[in-house]
Design a binder for this molecule. Sequence first.
Ligand code: ADP
Ligand code: TRP
Length: 330
Amino acid sequence: MRILSGVQPSGRLHIGNYFGAIRQFVELQHKGHGLYFIADLHALTTIREADKLRELTHDVALNYLALGLDAGRATLFRQSDIPEVTELSWILSTVTPMGLLERAHSYKDKTAKGISPDHGLFAYPVLMAADILLYLSDLVPVGKDQKQHVEITRDIAVKFNQTYCKGFDAQSGEGGVLKLPEPMILEDAAVVPGIDGQKMSKSYGNTIELFGPEKDVRKRIMSVKTDSTPVEAPKNPETCNVFALLKLFAKPEEMADLRTSYLKGGTGYGEYKKKLAELFFATFGEARKRYEELCNNEDYVDEVLRQGAGKARAIAGQVMDQVRQVTGLR
Ligand code: ADP
Ligand code: TRP
C-alpha cells in the first residue's frame, strides 16, 4: 500500500498540523510505503520571499524528522525536486472542469475573504491531484479541511481515465492509468482549535508552534481564550478551548478527572493552562531535543531530501511514461 501526503511550508508547524496530519504520517509509516513531501510549489501561492520559502521548506524537513518520520523507511522529499509533477498538473488541467475548481472550499473561502485570486490559487487542487496521482497513491492522510481536495483528485483521475483508457471502469476504478486514492481523516482530532478558538492555522496567527522557544510556547498557551467564569464557579468543558486542547494530550482517565474538576468549579483557567503546558512539554520534549540536534546537522537533512527525491522520481517516471503514451505525447 502506498501512503502519500504533504505539508506546505507556509509557516512554522503547529499542534494542529501534528494532531491533524503528521501524527498519522508517523503511525502509518509502518503500514505501507509512506511518501511524505514538502509542498513548496503550493506555498508559492502565499510566500513571496525567496529566503523565507527556503527557510520554511528546510524547517518542515526538520519537523518531519524530529517528529518521528524515519528516512530509512518512508520517502521524504521536496515537491519541486520532481519536475514531472508540474507536467502532470498541466495534463490533468486539460480534463478538469472549471466548475469542479469553482466549487473548491479553499478557493471560495479565500475569495470570500476578499483575497483577489490568481491562477495558482484556482489551480491549486489540480497540482494537488498531480501530487497524489503521480505516485499511484492508495491512501492520503489529511485533516478534514483537505478532504474535498482528495475528492476532487478522484474526480480528475476518473475524468482522465475515462478520456484516455478504453477499458476503464469508474465503479471499481479498474483499468485506468491513474489510481483512485482514498482520503484518510483522523476524526478524533479533526479540527484543533487555535488560541482564539477558531481553527488553528498558520494563516490566522493563532497557533501554538511545535518547536517555538519554550518561553513563547508558554506565553501562547497562557493566552488561550477563555470565558470570564470566576474561579469558584463550575465551568463548561464542552465550550472551553483549553479543555479541547487538553483532550489532545491527556489520557482518557486524566480527562475524566479534568471534566469532574471543571463541573465542580474552584479551579481557575490559569491552572488548566499550566496543566496544558506541562502536557505539551512532556509530549514534545523528545522531539524538541531532536529538532535542536537536526538544526546543527544541515548536511544530513539535505542528504535525506536528495535520496527521497531519487526514490520518488523513479516512481513518477514510470507513471509519466504511461501518461505520455496514452495521451499521445509519446
Ligand atoms: P495551515 O492551516 O496551518 O496552513 P495546512 O493547510 O498547511 O495548515 O495543513 C497541513 C496539514 O495539517 C493538513 O493535513 C491539515 O488538514 C492539517 N491541519 C492544519 N490545521 C489543522 C487543525 N487546526 N486541526 C487539524 N488539522 C489541521
Ligand atoms: N494542500 C495540502 C495542505 O495545505 C498540502 C498538500 C499539497 C497535500 N499536496 C498534497 C496533502 C497532496 C496531501 C496530498 O495541507
